[in-house]
Ligand binder design. Structure first.
Ligand SMILES: Cc1ncc(COP(=O)(O)O)c(C=O)c1O
Length: 412
């Protein structure tokens, strides 16, 4: 047989740490460790487990039970998505975040994962630089490598050695300024709420980033995968900003987390018309068009979105409660330094030793799964990510799992 591409040969030996630990936790491996797979409690998953809106489910039923509409859902949509879906997104953004955006500034894609790699293809040449906070979403590193191994990733520590997030704003901003002033620095990408820290980038800090990026002509890309999972009563004011306010702002959005659409995937990017136009060309080659059925159902749901605000409110309060239970149990049973979530699905905690070893030891001895932090960046070498997202409907498991780990590490 002839050889595979040098790209895949380079990347295949670098699977994500999340996949690694999940593989280790497969039932046959758990049995080999002398544990019962039914007793495993996983804090590993990066997903949500609340129910989708009933009105959305009913929208699917109406489409599926109508022969002609079901037939229509089997057709291609335009490459950048239906006009009606873009209108639905304009409406959704206005209802939830008081955001003003126009259809021309939106492209619908298959998911934010696909849109992110397509955006990298749109913005970055070999030799260009992108700024990422450290830690950050682990998949970005692999996605950038799959675009080119010659893209420079400049990681700026957002997590200090004392485990404080964005402790010294001035210092971070001056590093950003220095990097963005370089000709080859094209973009900075950050998530808010973030994965793995579940921190929300502070309002004044984001406004400073927007200013620096505007002054230097650099793109500021915000990944809003967890935008609806914010825990304070108010969202930061920049959640309302759009590329109509800042031409070089690009936001990546997803249907995965707000209405549990992880397996019914859709995403969208909001950007200047030039970027949208360019992305459309890239998307012709990557997915041809986004999913039609999911667009139709979303549009049907958004015809009468009375319940949307209340639904989001209930969901975010539910995740906030899960985060509080997790934090309390960490304090009670583990005693690790940790970040208190401001949104999202995770608690990052400092285990005080190389977390790869810690996670394996804990799994073997307790059947509890955490994600080791290294894959998110150097600052998380001794950190773990504890995900409460998948346990939101089984909150009692949070305390059960963390108390089990506590008994093990404290030798009780
Ligand atoms: C920060 C971040 N962005 C994007 C994604 C993936 O989103 P999607 O399901 O829309 O591909 C995730 C998934 O965990 C994430 O944590």
């Amino acid at each position: 047989m002839k050889e595979l591409s040098s790209l895949i040969k380079r990347e295949i030996g670098k699977p994500s740490p999340i996949r690694e630990i999940m593989k280790m936790a497969e039932p046959k491996n758990i049995i080999n460790m002398g544990l019962n797979p039914e007793d495993v409690i996983s804090f590993g998953g990066g997903w949500v487990d609340h129910y989708s809106p009933e009105d959305l489910r009913e929208a699917y039923i109406r489409i599926l039970s109508d022969k002609e509409r079901f037939h229509a859902s089997g057709g291609y949509s335009p490459t950048s998505g239906f006009d009606e879906t873009k209108e639905s997104i304009v409406n959704y953004s206005s209802i939830l975040f008081n955001e003003k955006i126009e259809k021309e500034n939106i492209i619908i894609g298959g998911s934010s994962t696909q849109l992110t790699i397509d955006l990298f293809r749109t913005l970055l040449d070999p030799g260009d630089e992108i700024i990422l906070p450290d830690p950050t979403y682990a998949n970005y590193y692999g996605q950038l490598s799959f675009v080119s191994d010659k893209i420079r990733i400049k990681g700026i520590p957002f997590l200090s050695q004392d485990w404080l997030y964005i402790e010294d704003k001035k210092e971070i901003l001056s590093k950003v300024q220095e990097e963005m002033s370089k000709k080859r620095t094209k973009a900075m990408l950050l998530a808010s709420p973030d994965n793995p820290t579940s921190q929300i980038i502070p309002d004044d800090f984001m406004k400073d980033l927007l200013k620096i990026s505007r002054d230097t002509g650099t793109y500021l890309v915000i990944d809003y995968a967890y935008k609806t999972q914010y825990f304070s009563d108010e969202y930061p004011s920049y959640f309302s900003f759009s590329p109509l306010d800042y031409e070089n702002l690009i936001t990546i959005n997803s249907n995965s987390k707000w209405g549990r659409g992880l397996g019914r995937r859709l995403g969208w990017i909001e950007a200047s018309k030039d970027i949208i136009n360019a992305l459309e060309r890239v998307q012709q080659t990557s997915i041809l068009c986004p999913d039609t059925l999911h667009q139709m159902a979303f549009n049907e749901y958004m015809k009468d979105p009375k319940g949307l605000k209340k639904y989001i409110e209930d969901v975010r309060i539910d995740y906030k409660r899960a985060s509080e239970i997790t934090v309390q149990a960490i304090k009670k049973y583990l005693g690790f330094r940790h970040l208190v979530p401001q949104g999202g699905l995770y608690v990052s905690a400092d285990v005080g030793e190389d977390s790869d070893n810690f996670v394996i030891r804990v799994l073997r001895n307790t059947g509890v799964i955490f994600v080791p932090g290294k894959g998110f960046g150097k600052t998380m070498k001794n950190g773990i990510r504890i995900s409460y997202g998948p346990l939101v409907r089984k909150k009692e498991k949070i305390e059960e799992g963390l108390s089990r780990v506590g008994r093990y590490i404290h030798g009780k």
